[in-house]
Design a protein around this ligand. Structure first.
Ligand code: UN1
Length: 493
């Protein structure tokens, strides 16, 4: 069932200029080849940026509702093909079929939502201080943009960027992660099918070091939208700073779930297991710290371990599997290294901690769900993003201590508190340094109509999803209209 794709440039599928390709393989069974894809470099990026620049004048002049209609049509096709594409996603990226369907659903929801925004591309009207004069604000597209996306949400996250870029009137060059090129190609092909004009959305597949870097460096790119690691985000930020490009970064995190003594314990345990181990912990919203009040730490830990012991680890196509493989060998090694670091630092390994290598796991990258206890704030496993099925319990004795512990990292995407005490909830809402805060809901599972993004090293102030998504791809223009028929001087009172 392997499918091969080239790059999509100016409305056509084309090979890489060099003719080079790379393979995508199934992380649950590395013998399964998903397909071969164009291995692109600067020459391909150049062609794609030229195509996007060529399409820009006409596209930015196209009425916004008309631009938005393409999203509606693409969303309808995605909806029809949801189950078929979810299976491909599970084969390519590894996560369970249910989660792949949810990824597609998140993309569909956002395509429909942004299609609606096309009829609501509002600005403001603002009275002037002078008579017979009025102001209004209009959104103006940023221009040609570069979209660089990760492998953990191979359809949803690309749509978080493509959909607002399309509505805003930007044209784009999309460089998806090298681990999920088929999902990206199939998504782009749907935009071809609905007749999106050539050059509005171009796809360049390949590796970050060549295709990604060439895109960020290209002078024709006016803004870069990137989701991925802090390390790469920092490089992109530096490059964009010196060339005065806009860039919006959605980077790592070290999310926490706080459990207070009055929490409904079973609920907190279920949310912890889901938040820590869904997508094998490979979400930037994953619960990698469990900050637990000491009064209930014993029963909480027992119940969590019991819950984790029931998790079946295996191929995401098996409906009984809760924990699927991690994405690739490098990531598997990295996660195992963090587990070793945690043990060396003195955290207590309660369960998991090893790679699974039995018959059904022999050809994939499977790591047992891993829970540490006695994690302390200074440990690397308590401060650095692991991006794997690993979580750790930290002890606290009050809500203030819990909030301070949660805030004690350089990241700030998502934090949850389990409590029925309204004072704790509002204290957390006010004091937590996180972009997303939940009371009695897990750290994962943000919905598309609300702004998504984080504080500190998680990003650089932008938000994706929600109405704010348009701010990433538009500039505000202020228009002042004087109909007094004379020269009026502001502030000259
Ligand atoms: C991510 O991991 O980068 O909130 C995105 C969630 C999902 C999105 C995660 N809706 O967990």
């Amino acid at each position: 069932m392997a499918q091969d794709f080239g790059n999509f440039i100016n409305g056509e599928w084309v090979e890489a200029v060099s003719g080079d390709t790379f393979e995508s393989r199934n992380p649950a069974d590395r013998n399964e080849v998903i397909g071969a894809f164009a291995r692109s470099g600067a020459a391909d990026v150049n062609r794609a940026v030229e195509a996007a620049a060529g399409a820009y004048p006409e596209w930015m002049a196209t009425p916004v509702p008309e631009r938005a209609d393409y999203l509606l049509r693409a969303g309808l096709i995605l909806e029809q093909r949801r189950d078929e594409l979810a299976e491909i996603m599970t084969r390519e990226m590894g996560k369970t079929l249910k989660e792949s369907r949810a990824d597609l659903q998140e993309g569909i929801d956002f395509a429909f939502y942004m299609a609606g925004e096309g009829r609501r591309f509002f600005g403001d009207t603002i009275p002037a201080e002078l008579p017979n004069k009025i102001y209004m604000t209009l959104r103006h597209p940023v221009g040609v943009v570069g979209l660089i996306t990760p492998w953990n949400f191979p359809i949803a996250i690309p749509l978080w960027k493509i959909a607002p870029a399309v509505v805003s009137g930007c044209t784009s060059v999309f460089k998806p992660a090298e681990d999920t090129p088929l999902c990206a190609a199939l998504l782009v092909d749907i935009f071809r099918e609905v007749g999106l004009p050539p050059g509005v959305l171009n796809l360049v597949n390949g590796y970050g070091a060549d295709a990604g870097a060439a895109l960020v460096d290209h002078p024709g790119i006016k803004a870069v939208s990137f989701t991925g690691s802090l390390e790469v985000g920092r490089m992109i930020n530096e490059k964009c700073a010196s060339t005065m490009k806009r860039c919006s970064l959605e980077l790592g995190s070290k999310n926490a779930l706080i459990v207070m003594p009055d929490a409904e314990l079973d609920l907190a345990v279920e949310a912890s297991a889901w938040g820590a181990f869904a997508t094998s912990g490979q979400r930037c919203t994953a619960t990698s710290r469990l900050i637990v009040h000491d009064d209930i730490r014993g029963p909480f830990t027992d119940r969590l371990l019991d819950r984790v012991s029931k998790m079946k680890v295996g191929n995401g196509l098996d409906p009984d599997v809760e924990l699927a493989p991690v994405i690739n060998e490098q990531q598997k090694d990295r996660v195992l290294e963090y587990i070793a670091v945690g043990q060396k630092e003195g955290a207590t390994l309660m369960t998991g901690g090893e790679e699974l290598t039995g018959d059904e796991h022999a050809n994939g990258y499977f790591i047992a769900p891993t829970v540490f206890d006695d994690m302390t704030p200074d440990m690397r496993i308590a401060t650095e993003e692991v991006f794997g099925p690993v979580t750790g319990i930290m002890r606290v004795d009050s809500v203030d201590e819990a909030i301070a512990a949660a805030n004690g990292v350089d990241y700030g995407l998502s934090c949850a508190i389990y409590t029925h005490d309204i004072t704790n909830v509002f204290k957390a809402a006010q004091q937590l340094e996180f972009g997303i805060i939940y009371a009695n809901a897990p750290t994962i599972g943000a919905e598309i109509q609300v702004p998504f993004g984080g504080m500190k090293n998680t990003g650089n102030g932008h938000r994706e999803a929600g109405p704010q998504a348009l701010d990433e791809f538009t500039e505000w223009k202020t228009i002042g209209i004087d109909y007094s028929g004379k020269l009026q001087r502001a502030q000259m009172r």
